[in-house]
Design a binder for this molecule. Structure first.
Ligand SMILES: CC(=O)[C@@H](O)[C@H](O)COP(=O)(O)O
Ligand SMILES: NCC(=O)COP(=O)(O)O
Length: 250
């Protein structure tokens, strides 16, 4: 008998909102995308309320919280304003991410080691309202160890460097770094997720890493949805990661 490996897909709907914001229209609605994603097999929905509000808006987060049926993973920068918002929101999961206004996308992981007390304080505040906190970090042993010391139950390893590689050798090195990061996180008792820049052609090796809990994927899903529709794009990705995890652990 084969045991099915459990790997979860968190669908990030930020870039549905990016398209809406580009024209200031009411459509496409990221909340509709979230509901479609849930029906198509998403295990959770990720939204990043950026300080500059370039995509997701407060309205999206608040409406989503009322109507969604899975779990919200609320990504936010570590600022007083966002902490106060998140304390009122009480999302099932909160992922603390680094944020700068000028960046095209989230460029690196949160520097937990360099601001441990501040992150620990944020983790305590969010845990107190019932949110499970994860820290979006690079697969760097010092950052993983510092994350464990903050009391956060989870980390999300930034896979952007892996996704940006140009050769098979570079990809193998980055994958090795992520694999070791997952193993270290697990050995410290952390739940280990991963995400950023994952797409249909690079996701399988990451899904096959032993012990990985959830992959958060957005941009590639929204791009593929233009051609096949959002439910089909989500279902295709879910099938791909579950099959990759199953094959690796058979
Ligand atoms: C933290 C993370 O990886 C995602 O939230 C991602 O940042 C979303 O896309 P943008 O970086 O383009 O806002
Ligand atoms: N935390 C990563 C995420 O939510 C999705 O990132 P991307 O797939 O849009 O690059």
């Amino acid at each position: 008998m084969t045991t099915r490996t459990r790997i979860l897909l968190g669908v990030n709907i930020d870039h549905v909102a990016t398209l809406r914001q580009a024209r200031g229209t009411r459509y496409p609605d990221p909340v509709k995308a979230a509901l479609d994603a849930e029906q198509a097999g998403a295990d959770g929905i990720t939204v990043h309320l950026r300080e500059d509000r370039r995509h997701i808006q407060e309205r999206d987060v608040l409406l989503l919280k009322q109507v969604m049926q899975t779990r919200m993973n609320f990504e936010m920068g570590v600022t007083d304003t966002m902490l106060e918002f998140a304390e009122r929101l009480r999302a099932e999961h909160v992922c603390l991410v680094p944020e700068t206004r000028q960046e095209l996308t989230t460029e690196g992981g949160l520097d937990v080691a360099g601001q441990e007390a501040r992150i620990r304080d944020a983790v305590e505040r969010l845990s107190a309202v019932g949110s499970e906190v994860s820290l979006f970090i690079d697969a760097d042993p010092a950052q993983i160890q510092a994350s464990a010391r903050t009391g956060a139950p989870a980390i999300e390893l930034h896979t952007g460097r892996y996704a940006d590689t140009h050769t098979a050798e570079e990809a193998a090195l980055e994958l090795q770094r992520i694999t070791e990061g997952v193993a270290l996180g697990l050995s410290l008792g952390l739940i280990v997720n991963a995400g950023h820049g994952l797409h249909y052609h690079n996701v399988e090796p990451v899904a096959a890493i032993p012990g990985i809990n959830e992959l958060n994927i957005g941009h590639a899903l929204v791009a593929h949805a233009l051609f096949v529709g959002f439910p089909a794009a989500v279902a295709e990705m879910k099938a791909l990661i579950v099959a990759a995890a199953d094959r690796a652990h058979r």
